[in-house]
Design a protein around this ligand. Structure first.
Ligand code: F6R
Length: 243
């Protein structure tokens, strides 16, 4: 595993964007696996800036996102579809038809998960997967559990997650109860993985995930078994890893 220590969030975002840029420049028709959440926002901003300067071309790139809420229309500003369009897709020259997320409005979970898994395979797999890290070690919507969930599947959101997300909705009733997510195997099949972490509140889980035992109780710990992982974090988030 390669670890890049950044001074702060901005520096982390630049370093992560540099790695994604290198991927796009080296393989203009690459498949990027993308994440939502607060951590990658600065990375997307940096990529947009470099695109606007003429340094990056996304016209040949295909994207597949990690996850999406089930039951939220694309027009809902809490959908990951909306997030990706706001933060990246509408601001660079990626072909909208080459951007993919699970379809949250497909009610048949089995059908949608099989379609998404098949789509990723038909694209030849993910060249570079960007990941954020949850405070409990989750990646995508793969929460701590007894086993590593393998392929794209539908998850029931934990009560904690619903509680935490309700501030973004008019009421707790409107918070989706389920989500579609790439599974651990789907994520592990990516050729390269880039994890971004920021802030002191991530320091404990970063140390546990990357230097603790590999266990489904900390889903991100499986990344220790991948042969091409890059961790980019600011000083605060990396403050508890062994020197
Ligand atoms: C996002 C995702 C999540 C986040 C994680 C960290 O698509 O799948 O696993 O990466 O919850 O979120 P932030 O970056 O907001 O701390």
């Amino acid at each position: 595993m390669k670890i890049y220590k950044a001074t702060d969030y901005k520096d982390m975002s630049r370093k992560a964007a540099n790695i994604i840029s290198a991927q796009v420049i080296m393989k203009p028709d690459c498949v990027l696996g993308l994440a939502t959440g607060s951590t990658p926002i600065g990375t997307y901003q940096q990529l947009v800036e470099w695109y606007k300067k003429g340094d990056l071309d996304f016209s040949g790139v295909t994207t597949v996102n990690l996850d999406e809420y089930k039951g939220l229309p694309r027009t809902n500003d809490q959908s990951y579809y909306y997030f990706m369009h706001q933060n990246l897709f509408d601001r660079v020259n990626v072909n909208p038809e080459s951007t993919h997320l699970p379809d949250g409005m497909e009610p048949d979970s089995e059908k949608e998960c099989a379609r998404y898994e098949e789509l990723i395979h038909s694209l030849g797999g993910v060249d570079l997967q960007l990941l954020g890290l949850g405070h409990n070690g989750h990646i995508g919507f793969n929460e701590p559990g007894e086993v590593f969930e393998k392929e794209t599947h539908c998850v029931n959101l934990q009560e904690r997650t619903i509680e935490a997300n309700k501030r973004f909705f008019a009421s707790a009733d409107e918070v989706p109860r389920q989500a579609y997510t790439m599974g651990i195997k789907t994520i592990m099949q990516a050729k390269k993985i880039l994890v971004v972490v920021s802030g002191e509140d991530k320091a404990d889980i970063v140390a546990k995930a990357f230097f603790g035992p590999v266990t489904p109780a900390v889903p991100a710990s499986i990344l220790q078994m991948h042969n091409d992982v890059t961790l980019v974090g600011d000083e605060a988030a990396l403050s508890k890893i062994p020197q």
